[in-house]
Every structure is written in structure tokens, then in C-alpha cells.
Design a protein around this ligand. Structure first.
Ligand SMILES: Nc1ncnc2c1ncn2[C@@H]1O[C@H](COP(=O)(O)OP(=O)(O)O)[C@@H](O)[C@H]1O
Ligand SMILES: [Mg+2]
Length: 265
């Protein structure tokens, strides 16, 4: 469903390419992890898929297709339509991704206002349902609150509701749990698993933490300095890493977290 072929992105004020020839495929219903240290090009890859590259500040080439439709070279207006309906995006900092002056429920339903002609009542109904699916307690009450009245975990659930309310086929998650403590992080991972299983949404899950990726993703791609150095089944990559950089990432995981999951083997 998503096919990235030989993606290159270079910012005009940089010598080195931020993304230097990435080829990656995500199949229907699949959750693929993208890991690598800070600065390796993960976010720029996600921005390229999401149509958020600052086009005047960079040169880019390659091919990104979602169900056959060109995402990289299409006109802005076309991209916006496609992105609103077929791709949901969740970033690391829910607080900065939200409008502080707009009620949470309205933000969840915002994409429906832009991309559909549903009336206000129906948008509200769907926003409430998406909030419920994102396992927010008392959505009716939360609907009218402002972002600063919610905890970080609740905000991230609200962002997930906003990204899934229109039922996209692909969800891009850029370090969605990095700012959260481990308990909340685990809950969000469970929520993503559920959304994937129940709604069949494909996901690209970006993290600098291979251990988090292992809990969620069937397949993982390891990125270093703009390139994918290794791609494979997550368990295979984790237990039989081929590239020295992958080994380094695994060694960075505390050993108590390196054991196989209960019942996994
Ligand atoms: N708007 C920008 N202008 C110039 N360079 C950028 C810009 N955005 C990202 N970069 C550079 O691109 C590289 C990849 O960054 P990024 O994709 O954000 O890494 P990651 O998400 O893996 O931490 C880095 O060297 C970063 O400094
Ligand atoms: Mg990043």
C-alpha cells in the first residue's frame, strides 16, 4: 500500500543528504518500525510521506506511492486532499501539535470539517466515537476541554483520535511515546495494536528506541545517516542483527529489557 523508492532529500543549507536513498514498503495492515539515532533522517522521511517537506528549502527525488497514488511530486492541493483522507499523523509532542485555544473535541473533528461535508452534529458524533476508540474516559466531558487541561497521555490519545477520526489507511507515528513515562507508553502501544487489529490501519512507527519498536512492529528498518542499513522481521533483526550499527542499538537497551517477551519463544 505504501511504497517508498529511492527517496533522497537534501536541505539546501546542508552538504549531506538528510535522506540518502531510502526504499521501504508497508503492506496493508502492517506495522513497520523505523529506528535510528537522532539526526538519522527518520522525521524527514515521515515528512516526505506526509507532504510536509518545506519544498523551497530542499531538493528531493525518488518515488512515494500510497495505493498507487504519487505522494512526493503531486500538486499541493491534491496532496492536501490525499493526506487528509488517507494519512493520519501523530508527532512526539502532543502539546505543540495542538492549538491551545481550540477545544479538544473540535480539534479531533477538525479534519472532518476540512475534508468532508458532514454537519456539525455528525462531526461531533464521530469525534466522540474516535475519542472513545482511543480509550479516553468520559469523551463527552473531555470534548469541551482545552489542551492544557489534559495530561500528556490523554493528549496523545486525543492526537491519535484526531489522526484516526477520518479512518485513514495509514498512520504515521513519529516518536509518539517518547515524551511519556513508561506506564503510559505501554498503554499507548497497546492502543495502537488494538487500532491496527480492529481497523486494519497500517502504521509507520518511528522511534529511536528499538525496544519500543519490538513490542509493536512486525518488521523494522534501521536507519543511519540517511540510509537504511538493515530491514527485516523485528525478531530476526533483534536476535540476529547483521549490521554493526543495529548491534550497537541493541546493546544500548538495558539487559533486563532484552529478554524475549513472555511466551514469545
Ligand atoms: N528544516 C531543516 N533544515 C535543514 N536541515 C534539516 C531540517 N530538518 C532536518 N534537517 C537535518 O536532516 C537530518 C535528519 O533529521 P531528522 O529527520 O529530523 O532526524 P531524526 O528524526 O532521525 O532525528 C539532520 O541532519 C537534520 O539536522
Ligand atoms: Mg525525529
Amino acid at each position: 500500500m505504501l511504497e517508498i523508492r529511492d527517496l533522497h532529500v537534501r536541505f539546501l543549507n546542508r552538504d549531506r543528504e538528510a535522506v540518502a536513498g531510502v526504499t521501504l514498503q508497508i503492506d496493508d495492515g502492517e506495522i513497520v518500525g523505523l529506528v535510528g539515532e537522532s539526526g538519522s533522517g527518520k522525521t524527514v522521511t515521515a515528512m516526505s510521506i506526509a507532504g510536509l517537506l518545506p519544498r523551497k528549502q530542499c531538493v528531493f527525488s525518488g518515488d512515494i506511492r500510497l495505493n498507487g497514488k504519487d505522494l512526493l511530486h503531486a500538486r499541493r492541493s491534491e496532496l492536501r486532499k490525499l493526506h487528509g483522507k488517507e494519512i493520519g499523523v501523530v508527532f512526539q509532542e502532543p502539546m505543540s501539535a495542538m492549538d491551545p485555544l481550540m477545544r479538544v473535541g473540535e480539534q479531533v473533528g477538525e479534519v472532518l470539517r476540512i475534508h468532508t461535508d458532514l454537519d456539525r452534529a455528525e462531526r461531533r458524533r464521530r469525534a466522540l466515537r474516535a475519542m472513545e476508540d482511543a480509550e479516553l474516559q468520559n469523551p463527552e466531558e473531555l470534548y469541551d476541554k482545552y489542551p492544557h487541561e489534559l495530561s500528556g497521555g490523554m493528549l496523545q490519545r486525543a492526537m491519535i483520535a484526531a489522526a484516526t477520526v477520518i479512518e485513514p489507511s495509514l498512520l504515521l507515528l513519529d516518536e509518539p511515546t517518547t515524551a511519556l513515562d513508561v506506564t503510559i507508553q505501554a498503554q499507548i502501544l497497546e492502543l495502537l495494536k488494538k487500532l491496527n487489529a480492529e481497523k486494519g490501519i497500517s502504521m509507520l512507527f518511528i522511534s529511536h528506541n528499538l525496544n519500543v519498536v519490538r513490542k509493536l512492529c512486525g518488521r523494522v528498518a534501521v536507519m543511519q545517516r540517511g540510509r537504511l542499513v538493515e530491514t527485516g522481521e523485528t525478531d530476526e533483526v533483534f536476535y540476529h542483527p547483521k549490521h554493526p550499527y543495529t548491534r550497537q542499538l541493541i546493546e544500548a537497551i538495558p539487559s533486563r529489557d532484552r529478554r524475549p517477551e513472555d511466551g514469545a519463544e
